[in-house]
Design a protein around this ligand. Structure first.
Ligand code: OAD
Length: 243
């Protein structure tokens, strides 16, 4: 059985990382256009650098929760048959132990050099502007995908969606494409789909199963179900691969 899990801000909410759309379109008091677009960065680069410096520091002080840990347990059983695709820029999945992971919207713990394209691991502040370790230019910005920019690893994600048997959407409002279209794509390619979210999202097509509640409770329970199914299939010799 192959599984793709898409996660959004809701999975990190119980760790203390604020979500995007639960605060009237503001992100930590800022208009998204000012802090999450290339135009906003061009208008006021110092403000944008300071904003992400604060986010980076805030994320360093929180820890993964039961939902992140449950997905790491799932990877322990399924290995490369599980791909976690996160829209989150925090590093809570990897700190919980997930390694087969795509950060489609980038990572707070990396910088992106607008001069040479290097993406160095970055734990310090980007304001005042330090030189790029690769080229020496002072053109580093957060390695976060802003509105109007291309998310990372789309080919890898689409291949996994086409091949998966189970697709799960966890803690995402389904408001931002292309991620918002992934459940419909996976379903069209034959996957069984499930949503685990505080409340039902505005899905393009209905999920096969939709569970409402906190990720910290729903995800461990769902993972236990999958692990039990897998153990049963292994003991009876039933097929686990997609036809
Ligand atoms: P949103 O803030 O849009 O949605 C968070 C979702 O999580 C909502 O549907 C909430 O109901 C749900 N939620 C909140 N707390 C939860 C909990 N404890 N357990 C389960 N669900 C919970 O965040 P995203 O969907 O991740 O993009 O936003 C997608 C993208 O929009 C982000 O990656 C970011 C943003 O602009 C970029 O930065 C490019």
């Amino acid at each position: 059985m192959r599984i793709v899990v898409l996660t959004g801000a809701g999975i990190s909410a119980e760790s203390g990382v604020p979500t995007f759309r639960d605060a009237d379109g503001l992100w930590e008091g800022h208009d998204v256009d000012d802090v999450a677009t290339p135009e906003g960065f061009a208008r006021d680069p110092d403000l944008v650098q300071r904003f992400y410096d604060a986010r980076r520091r805030a994320v360093a002080s929180v820890v993964p929760n039961a939902a992140h840990r449950a997905l790491a347990r799932l990877e322990g059983a399924f290995g490369e048959d599980l791909l976690v695709v996160t829209q989150n820029v925090d590093d809570l999945h990897e700190r919980a132990g997930t390694s087969n992971l795509v950060h489609m919207h980038g990572e707070l713990r990396r910088a992106l050099c607008a001069g040479c394209g290097a993406r160095p691991v970055w734990d310090a502040d980007l304001e005042p502007r330090p030189p790029c370790p690769a080229c020496g230019e002072r053109m580093l910005r957060p390695d976060v995908v802003w509105f109007g920019e291309m998310p990372y690893e789309l080919d890898r994600i689409e291949q996994a969606l086409a091949a998966c048997d189970v697709f799960a959407s966890i803690g995402t409002s389904g408001a931002v494409y292309p991620a918002a279209g992934y459940a419909a794509l996976a379903a069209a390619w034959g996957a069984w789909t499930v949503e685990l979210n505080l409340e039902p999202s505005d899905a393009l097509v209905p999920f096969d199963d939709a569970r409402s509640g906190r990720a910290g409770e729903l995800v461990p329970a769902w993972v236990e179900e999958l692990l039990a199914t897998r153990n049963e299939e292994e003991s009876t010799g039933a097929p686990t691969e997609r036809d």
